[in-house]
Each structure stands twice: as structure tokens, then as C-alpha cells.
Design a protein around this ligand. Structure first.
Ligand code: C5P
Length: 393
């Protein structure tokens, strides 16, 4: 049983939200509704109260509310899932810009998790580039847009903009989420170690594997944080902390470590950095030039001392030779539960490719070959195996 907070903004699709509440109630969930004033013109709070057996919250400053609670903060903290259905163009624009001018939008601002947003509006309002830009912004914040349907509208227009059917929203909300409540920290991409203001040394890594792991874990219901080095791939919809150097990545991992169940270090961290950073651009006056390098901290080794019994650490090993031996040595020295090894001498997989083929070596001495598959499938395999270990601890 979960706590579902349903945010209702003012569109004719409000009547469908009654059905969504009914479906959630029948499935045994606790449902509360927060409505905008405009929503109340389409469907009364009483209708929602009768279905949810809870009061429907509307006014920010209603007299008679419990003085012991601060409604918008308490509601945001109470909700396991927060669904905005229908989400009007206006409410979506407010979410995109952090406006909090009614109880619904004031409740959205302190809510820390992913919102599920079901847009509902006229076809031209939906197609308007400003609405589309706002939807992209909201997605980039990590929220999920439940695509509107296409068809006849209340205004007699035809096209995209009808709110998704309540049965479909219900299905998305209650789909099997095996990783619900599990906190996953993923690192992705290379790190870059500056030599001077324009030059740096780095590793080859697109960040695709780490991003695929973060996305898959999120789809499976986990609370995911991604720490990404400089990458040019699309990270929309993910909760991302961007870093540049290995040291910054180490600090970001450390900051989040205590609040992590599974750490998946897919980043290709630079092993060395220039011993000295030159504030001024180095001039090309000499035929030869040497850049002295110094060792970067090994993130996994450094944090292994702080590893909690229940935590699962997954590392990666990109190897050009003796793949198995090297991977097993790293599994041990970095105190990992699982290491994912790939053979970088093969040009058809890994690096910028969308496909990968990996060997999984486990701390209990067993191993598994993935076969060649799409990176999202590899991601699923890694997450499932890491989760098996987590459950067994
Ligand atoms: O030792 P090697 O770099 O091959 O190990 C790879 C694994 O260790 C990866 O999971 C990588 O993210 C992690 N690593 C690290 N700190 C480093 C270098 C690599 O945590 N400085």
C-alpha cells in the first residue's frame, strides 16, 4: 500500500481523475487530492472526498485546517507518489519555472521525488513551442511525462492533448517496480584533469553505459543519483551531479555514500592528473614538452574503508589483455561484490558503441557471460545481479 497524492489542475479532464482515484482506492492505496481553484469549477472537492475518504486540499490559507500541520510541506512529505492529472499548460509552465502561487504548486516545490505529469489541453496549446519547451524542461528535472493521447477533444478539436486514460495512468503507477525504495548511486563518463585553461587529459568514455544503468534502475523504481563526468550524451530525466575531475567525483561519491544501497562505478576515472596546473595557457615555444603527472585517488579503494555491510559495490574493468586475471585482481583490491569486465581490444563493442559484451565476476567466485547485447540490456543484467546480492545480504 502506498500514499498517492493526486494534484488536479483546471481542465475538463478532471472528471477522469475521479476514476483514477477510484482505481487506486480499490487497489488498497491511501489517496489524497490537492486541487487548484480552477479545478474546483469542473469537479467539486466533495466528489474527490467521497471517493478518497480524505479531505481534498484546495486553499493555501483555508481557515479551519489543522494548525499543527503546514499543509504543503506535510503533503509533500506524506506522498510516496505525486501525480499531476490533469496537468494544464499553465501548471506545467509553473513547474518548469518554480512558481508556487497556489496550494498545488506550493506542494510541488518541496517534493523531492519524481513527479508523474499527465498533460491535458487543447491540441494547439499542446503543440505551442513554449509548452513543448516547458515539457522538456520538466523532463530534464527528472519528472516523468505521461504522454497525452490523440483524439477528439472537449473543444471539438482533433489531435494530441487528451489526458491519458485513467486506466493507463493507473497501470504506469502500479507497474512492477522491484527496486522501489532502493537507493542507487551511479557514476558515468570520463573525468578530465586540466593542464591549463584550455587543455586536459582524459579517458575515452561516452558515458552511455553509466547513463543506461541509471535509466534502467530508475525505470525499475529505484531512487537514482548519477554523478557524471564531462559527457555529451543526453541525460534528460536523470538526477545528475556534474563533475570534472577525479577528485570532484570522489567528493561527490563520498557525499552520497551513506545514503546509498548500491554503488555502480561505471565511470572511466583518470588514473593520473597533471602534477601542476598552469593558470596561464602554456605557450608552444619548445619542440618537446613534458607534463609531469601524479596519481589520482582511486575512488573505489578510498571509499572501500567506509563500506557498510549491507551495501553493494559494483566496479568496471576495461581491459585490453588478460581480462579475467585483471578483473579478478580488481574485484579483490577494490573490495567489490561484482566486477563487470569488457575487452576493449574489440572494436565492435564498448566505448562509443550502443552495444556491449561483458563478463561478470562475483565475489563468491562465480561468473557470467552476457553475450553481445544493447547497453540497456547489459544495464538490466548488471542491476538485476547487483540487486540479487543486495537482497541476499
Ligand atoms: O583500476 P581500474 O581503473 O581499471 O578500475 C576500474 C574501476 O575502478 C571502475 O569501476 C572505475 O570507476 C573505478 N576507478 C576508481 N577510481 C579510479 C580509477 C578507477 O574508482 N581512480
Amino acid at each position: 500500500m502506498s500514499n498517492y497524492l493526486i494534484g488536479v489542475s483546471g481542465g475538463i479532464a478532471c472528471y477522469k481523475t475521479l476514476t483514477l482515484c477510484r482505481l487506486l482506492m480499490k487497489a488498497g492505496h491511501d489517496v489524497r487530492v490537492v486541487m487548484t481553484e480552477n479545478a474546483c469549477k469542473f469537479v467539486t472537492p466533495l466528489a474527490f472526498e467521497t471517493i478518497t475518504r480524505n479531505r481534498a486540499y484546495v486553499g493555501e490559507f483555508d481557515a479551519g485546517l489543522d494548525p499543527a500541520t503546514i499543509e504543503h510541506i506535510d503533503l509533500a512529505g506524506w506522498a510516496d507518489e505525486f501525480v499531476i492529472a490533469p496537468a494544464t499548460a499553465n501548471t506545467i509552465a509553473k513547474i518548469a519555472h518554480g512558481i508556487a502561487d497556489n496550494l498545488l504548486t506550493s506542494t510541488i516545490l518541496p517534493y523531492k521525488k519524481r513527479l508523474l505529469i499527465a498533460p491535458a489541453m487543447n491540441v494547439d496549446m499542446y503543440a505551442n513551442p513554449i509548452t513543448q519547451e516547458n515539457l522538456k524542461k520538466v523532463e530534464a528535472m527528472g519528472h516523468m511525462i505521461i504522454d497525452p493521447g490523440t483524439g477528439e477533444m472537449a473543444c471539438d478539436a482533433e489531435g494530441k492533448g487528451r489526458m491519458a486514460e485513467p486506466e493507463d495512468i493507473f497501470q504506469i503507477l502500479t507497474a512492477e517496480m522491484p527496486l522501489k525504495g532502493v537507493k542507487v548511486l551511479v557514476t558515468a563518463g570520463p573525468t578530465a584533469e586540466p593542464i591549463d585553461p584550455v587543455r586536459y587529459i582524459t579517458n575515452r568514455s561516452s558515458g552511455k553505459m553509466g547513463a543506461a544503468i541509471a535509466r534502467k534502475a530508475s525505470e525499475m523504481g529505484a531512487e537514482v543519483k548519477l554523478i557524471a563526468g564531462p559527457v555529451s550524451i543526453n541525460l534528460n530525466g536523470l538526477n545528475v551531479t556534474s563533475v570534472t575531475t577525479a577528485e570532484e567525483m570522489l567528493n561527490a561519491v563520498r557525499e552520497n555514500l551513506a545514503d546509498t544501497d548500491m554503488l555502480i562505478m561505471a565511470a572511466a576515472v583518470a588514473d593520473y592528473k597533471p602534477a601542476q596546473y598552469s593558470e596561464k595557457k602554456i605557450k608552444k615555444n619548445n619542440e618537446e614538452m613534458n607534463v609531469p603527472l601524479t596519481r589520482n585517488p582511486d575512488i573505489l579503494k578510498t571509499i572501500s574503508a567506509e563500506k557498510l555491510e549491507k551495501q553493494v559495490f559494483v566496479g568496471f574493468a576495461a581491459e585490453s589483455n588478460d581480462v579475467k586475471e585483471n578483473a579478478l585482481a580488481k574485484l579483490q583490491s577494490k573490495k567489490l561484490d561484482l566486477i563487470v569486465a569488457n575487452d576493449i581490444s574489440r572494436g565492435d563493442i564498448g566505448f562509443e558503441s550502443d552495444e556491449n559484451e561483458v563478463s561478470l565476476y562475483f565475489a563468491d567466485g562465480t561468473n557470467l557471460e552476457s553475450g553481445k547485447m544493447h547497453k540497456s540490456e547489459v544495464a538490466k543484467l548488471i542491476i538485476n545481479r547487483a540487486f540479487d546480492i543486495f537482497r541476499g545480504k
